[in-house]
Design a protein around this ligand. Structure first.
Ligand code: ADE
Length: 252
């Protein structure tokens, strides 16, 4: 069971997707659990404010530390092993290998290498000594807390309570909700039992993470003059496997 807790101001943007299709089925089968924390509840003052203007001047508003720390700590109080993911355009670019490691509960195993600037051993562990020890023993946790920043950014000190900074690509979105959905979807589909046919695992088996799926065809054989490659009808499993490997798309 993998648990996701999403800290956001906009649950309504996430729920329709997580309550549909494969995400719904995975949750219904008990393979994954989605929880929400309303960041607004941790807001300050009568207006439950979560952001403020940047020191030094500049446009826009930044997420403040207090609401974010209090929200994350409320989750950690119930599950000290939970790991915090921050979607940010300056994070490590998300890929299939990372998704697989998160699905296998092995994210710890690469947090110091792939996420090297996040797992900075110089900074005090925001998770406390117990967490540092667990991390050294490679004791994995499968509770991921995704913090969705909004507005123009976040106070840099928030990084001290974050385990993984993840970017979905070199472009800037208005918030962390879409990245959160993409991270969740790409992890959940890899949990055994989520996709119907376990053939899907076979598709992944020759993939090193940079390979994408091969072209696939179903009936009819001839659609408006476009026919299915004959090798796929040959019944020769060796040749079919070779063709599929040759035609698996390479990620750019
Ligand atoms: N937040 C805003 N832009 C983002 C991106 N490209 N990836 C992850 N989080 C983001």
């Amino acid at each position: 069971m993998i648990k996701f807790t999403i800290i956001t101001l906009f649950q309504e943007a996430l729920k329709p997707y997580l309550e549909s299709s494969m995400m719904y089925k995975a949750a219904h089968k008990g393979l994954v659990e989605f929880n929400f924390v309303d960041l607004r509840e941790f807001g300050l003052g009568p207006h439950k404010s979560v952001d403020d203007t940047p020191y030094g001047g500049g446009d826009g508003m930044l997420l403040r530390c207090e609401p974010v720390f209090n929200a994350i700590e409320s989750v950690k109080k119930k599950d000290s092993k939970a790991k915090v993911i921050l979607p940010t355009p300056v994070g490590d670019i998300w890929n299939q290998d990372m998704a697989r490691k998160f699905a296998n509960g092995q994210a710890e195993s690469f947090s110091r290498s792939i996420f090297s600037d996040v797992e900075n051993t110089e900074r005090p562990s925001p998770l406390g000594e117990g967490a540092r020890e667990r991390s050294e023993k490679n004791d994995s946790s499968c509770h991921y807390v995704i913090l969705c920043p909004h507005y123009e950014g976040y106070d840099e000190r928030i990084l001290s309570i974050v385990d993984y900074k993840v970017s979905l690509g070199k472009y800037v979105l208005t918030g962390g909700e879409l990245p959160a959905l993409i991270i969740i979807d790409s992890v959940v589909r890899l949990i055994p039992g989520v996709l119907g046919g376990e053939n899907s695992a076979a598709i992944e088996s020759f993939s090193d993470g940079d390979n994408l799926e091969y072209p696939q065809y179903t009936k009819p054989y001839d659609f408006r003059g476009m026919t299915v490659p004959d090798v796929l009808l040959s019944g020769n499993h060796g040749e079919i496997a070779k063709w599929r490997k040759q035609h698996s798309g390479k990620a750019k």
